[in-house]
Design a protein around this ligand. Structure first.
Ligand code: GLC
Length: 632
């Protein structure tokens, strides 16, 4: 017989203890190493334990049920039915109640994951698009309140959609309560940030730091007269970097994390994680301690809110990005998702060059066939700029000069390279490094704006095909494809941002337009406008992806050599068979022999995307401009 106190009865406490036992070492091995020498370590240990228990105790019953479900289906986020959509709440739907009304629209598109762009209470005025958070426990009042937020996450959950929100770990707004106290001189809170009485250390750090916003926020430190101190501000002046070497910061942020988890968030996008740990003489990016902190945060979630996964935002080169998905001792224990920035950059690079060799080289050389308990967030566009993260070594491997190729890409997407179809704008030109990043909406970068302006029907069709080819690529590569708001109807650049004082300095607002619901509704009715064609095409891609079991993220990817620079190819290897995916990056017809696909594992020569045979009468796979096929 079992009694209430017997471990055989699955009380909430027993479940918690089992999960704590599961992740105990993943958590404490990191924290011991990070903070073990700290004189307050025992008190920290107690507070952290209490925070985990309190988080679990406060967790609503329906989320505890979801926890159990995710424990039973740990691959839920790797399944091909996962399709993401990313939007600013105000620009998409006005406010949180508006979002609930739009869930139908998203469900109809095939969306199962919705990223509400920064929605916690930001500082007033310029808040870096909401990434300057004043209060992590309150919702941006322009969007609603916490009750509205919980209603929105519950409504999404009821429809089988997981809500993702941003959790800015690296910095708070200088208006955050902690920062205000620090500014007033409270020593406890001064230790939450990185402040310096004189500029000796800031100067020493700056020797090796890389500027993030060289144009409008040069340098990484800000001097405050009233404090008589320098404050570490990697991004904007109003974003104060937190001092993660202080265990109090860890525990406070962990409490925030569990608070947000308990509001119904299922994916936490951990913002700017590369910057968490500072070490003199380095770029202060991706230091080993970043991964230790992230593993510890991951383990804490697995203990007190296991339905929640982590998306780590590290926009860095391939070798530096992979560890955010857990490499070496962190294998299977760090981020569940990380942005595949390289795939995004290489997509645009190959499109401009009409040459896939660099794309093929980078994907084949730097990325493993499978990841443990993790996958990519794949995307073509997001709310940020595109930085040409192409290394000189990779460029050289395919006979290109790194600086020349990067300069070509900037010119091409700015639209000033002869023959360019793109309409983009520069972001944060750094004359010292020659680095020129690019802003612009997916459609404008892909040629839709230029095609429409010129009344060029063929140009418009090319642009539509480029966009659909890109989406077919991110839907099959492995990982969760993230559709950026409005890309499904080809929203163009929004040039109006220059009239808003809080935005005018930041060209990223060019590609953060308001949703155009008239166009979206007409597209949904199936009109044959560019928007209608894009939406139908994208909806089809997402539906076919969901039906293609080989695209489960746990199935290996193998990059293939086509011997034709126009084509990019890979195979997804599932126990049930392979799918060979082929993409034509040029504006001209290409051919591949059917035998080539068979050699690489295709068996039926049937395109899972168009649901049609792929061979023409001559036994070749004929690929029109920007073709995309998923050959079984
Ligand atoms: C991330 C965000 C970006 C923001 C930065 C600072 O990179 O994507 O928009 O400016 O973090 O929070």
């Amino acid at each position: 017989m079992t009694t209430a106190s017997s471990p055989a009865t699955l009380t909430d406490e027993v479940v918690f203890d089992l999960r704590y036992a599961r992740s105990h070492d993943d958590l404490w091995s990191m924290l011991d190493e990070l903070y073990g020498e700290n004189p307050g370590f025992d008190a920290f240990r107690e507070r952290l334990d209490a925070a985990l228990r309190a988080g679990w105790a406060a967790r609503p019953a329906d989320l505890k049920r979801l926890d159990l479900r995710r424990d039973l289906e740990p691959d839920w986020f790797q399944r091909p039915g996962m399709n993401g959509y990313v939007f600013y709440i105000d620009r998409f739907a006005g406010d949180l109640n508006g979002v609930i009304d739009k869930l139908d629209y998203l469900a109809d598109l095939g969306i199962t994951y919705v990223h509400f762009m920064p929605c916690l209470k930001p500082r007033e005025g310029d808040s870096d698009g909401g990434y300057s958070v004043q209060d992590y426990r309150a919702i941006n009042p322009a969007y609603g309140d916490m009750a509205d937020f919980e209603a929105a996450t519950a409504a999404a959950r009821a429809r089988g959609m997981s809500v993702c929100i941003d959790f800015v770990l690296n910095h708070t707004a200088k208006e955050h309560d902690w920062a205000q106290k620090a500014r007033a001189g409270d020593p406890t809170y001064l230790d939450y940030y990185l402040t310096f009485e004189d500029d000796t250390l800031p100067k020493a750090y700056e020797d090796t730091l890389i500027e993030i916003f060289p144009d409008n926020a040069p340098g990484s430190f800000t001097y405050y007269d009233d404090m008589q101190r320098w404050v570490w501000t990697t991004f904007n002046e109003h974003q104060w970097d937190l001092n993660w070497s202080n265990p109090q910061v860890f525990v406070e942020m962990l409490e925030v994390m569990l608070f947000l988890a308990n509001r119904g968030v299922e994916v936490l996008r951990l913002d700017a994680v590369a910057f968490l740990w500072k070490r003199i003489g380095t770029r202060c990016q991706s230091e080993p301690e970043c991964h230790m902190l992230l593993q510890a945060l991951r383990a804490a979630c697995r203990i007190a809110a296991p339905a929640v996964i982590h998306l780590e935002e590290a926009i860095v080169g391939p070798a530096e990005m992979l560890p955010y998905l857990g490499r070496g001792k962190h294998d299977g224990k760090e981020g569940n998702l990380a942005y595949h920035n390289s795939l995004m950059v290489q997509f645009w690079s190959a499109l401009a060059a009409r040459d896939t060799r660099l794309l093929t080289h980078v994907m084949a050389t730097h990325f493993p066939p499978v990841l443990t308990n993790a996958t990519y967030a794949t995307y073509l566009r997001c709310h940020d700029d595109i930085g040409w993260a192409v290394t000189d070594e990779d460029a050289a491997a395919v006979g290109l000069g790194g600086p020349q190729h990067r300069a070509f890409l900037s010119k091409f997407y700015e639209g000033i390279y002869p023959g360019s179809f793109s309409r983009g704008a520069l972001f944060q030109y750094n004359p010292e490094t020659g680095d020129k990043r690019i802003s612009g909406s997916c459609a404008s970068l892909a040629g839709l704006e230029a095609g429409l302006d010129a009344g060029d029907a063929a140009g418009v069709t090319d642009a539509i095909d480029r966009i659909l080819m890109g989406h077919a690529l991110i839907a099959s590569y492995g990982g969760i494809p993230l559709i950026y708001m409005g890309d499904e109807i080809g929203l163009l650049n929004d040039y109006g941002y220059v009239n808003h004082p809080a935005q005018a300095h930041d060209s990223r607002w060019l590609h953060r337009p308001r949703m155009d619901w008239d166009t979206a509704q007409a597209a949904r009715q199936g009109d044959d406008s560019p928007a209608g064609r894009l939406r139908a095409g994208l909806r089809h891609i997402l539906a076919r992806r969901a039906a293609t079991s080989e695209f489960h993220a746990s199935h290996a990817i193998e990059i293939l050599n086509t011997g034709n620079a126009a084509l990019f190819a890979f195979a997804r290897r599932a126990p049930t068979g392979s799918v060979v995916c082929l993409f034509n990056f040029t504006d001209t017809w290409q051919n591949m022999p059917g035998d080539w696909a068979i050699q690489h594992g295709a068996h039926a020569l049937h395109d899972a995307l168009s649901d049609a045979p792929v061979l023409d009468a001559q036994g070749a796979i004929a690929l029109p401009p920007h073709a995309r096929v998923w050959i079984r």
